[in-house]
Design a protein around this ligand. Structure first.
Ligand code: AKB
Length: 325
């Protein structure tokens, strides 16, 4: 992003938004990054720079804000995640699709220059090869969220090919960070486990112990997002979404890692409706295409992530004063 450019993060109060706004402001200057959400966000996101209340389904208000702040780049993070989407089928479809159309159309009308829209490993389904899932393979999602993300991918590709819209996308795995809590996802347990280990010494997991899923530490996810947005346009052939991989683990494996820090920690398993969603997703991801096209490379494995999570979370949770996020 050059200095004349200005970005807006839509869905800034969410798990990715909280981290992304902070990083973008650090890189481009506080005044050049507008945060927005349908509701308020964390103290840092709302008070350290420009903030707008926005429902992305309100196309007129979105266009007004884009015009008002002379926005050139949109990071569209507002979405309902996998578990919530199963309970709210129509609102998930509306938010995940119409929100995307509102932003794609602004780019088609040349009111913005570049879009980041997150896809997910949820575009894959039970018939997808589960191990080292390739970039291009069978994608028959069996969840509302997955269907909306796969449709979104196709629309991104369509707007790129038909109208030249510069849209970029990543198929995020489950994301783990300490600055905010995820909400409504199937991979959320992998954040909660850290909080419960510190505060309670035990954790009841809503997935079975052997459920291996692709995951990533938030700093890697943010790096991937920024690297992709910086990559020269002509290098990017997959406008629908890139596979990226960080690590893969099961609840049993992350619990063993947590136990290295809290030897008395105990985990129990009570799989619920989210088990079926998890069972439909890949175990691990082949990200060689992203590596080849824009030099993607993850830094964190399970051990390194766990060390870093506890390093930050223990002081934050033991001393709520530090929870300025
Ligand atoms: C979810 O669990 O719904 C998300 C995802 C994998 O996209 N974290």
């Amino acid at each position: 992003m050059t200095r004349k450019e200005k970005a807006i993060v839509i869905g800034a109060s969410g798990q990715i938004g909280t981290d992304l706004v902070e990083k973008l402001r650090e890189l481009y200057g506080v005044d050049n990054v507008v945060a927005s959400d349908i509701k308020g966000a964390s103290n840092t996101v709302m008070n350290d720079g420009p903030f707008e209340i926005l429902d992305v389904l309100d196309g007129n208000k979105l266009a007004e804000i884009i015009e008002k702040h002379k926005i050139t780049q949109v990071y569209l993070l507002a979405a309902l995640l996998s578990a919530t989407a199963e309970a709210k089928i129509k609102s998930a479809w509306r938010l995940n699709m119409d929100g995307l159309f509102n932003v794609l159309d602004l780019a088609k009308e040349k009111k913005i220059e570049k879009i980041f829209w997150p896809s997910s490993i949820a575009i894959f389904g039970p018939s997808t090869p589960k191990v080292k899932t390739p970039q291009n393979t069978i994608a028959e999602p069996s969840t509302v969220y997955g269907i909306s993300k796969l449709a979104g991918e196709r629309w991104c590709e369509y707007y790129y090919k038909k109208f030249g819209v510069d849209v970029r996308s990543i198929r995020y795995p489950g994301l783990i960070g300490y600055k905010s809590m995820p909400g409504g996802g199937t991979t959320d347990y992998a954040v909660q486990i850290f909080h419960d280990a510190i505060l309670k010494g035990n954790f009841e997991c809503f997935l079975g112990k052997q459920t291996t899923l692709p995951m990533m530490y938030m700093p890697d996810a943010i790096k991937a997002t920024i690297d992709l947005m910086h990559a020269p346009s002509e290098k990017l052939s997959a406008r629908y979404g890139y596979n990226i991989a960080g690590m893969s683990f099961s609840p049993k494996e992350i619990a063993a890692e947590v136990k290295k820090h809290f030897p008395d920690f105990e985990i129990s398993y009570k799989p619920d409706h989210r088990q079926q969603i998890a069972d439909s997703w890949p175990h691990s991801i082949d990200d060689s295409f992203a590596r080849m096209e824009w030099g993607w490379n993850a830094e964190y494995d399970l051990e390194k992530m766990t060390n870093d999570m506890f390093k930050h979370l223990i002081p934050m949770l033991k001393n709520p004063e530090l929870q300025k996020h």
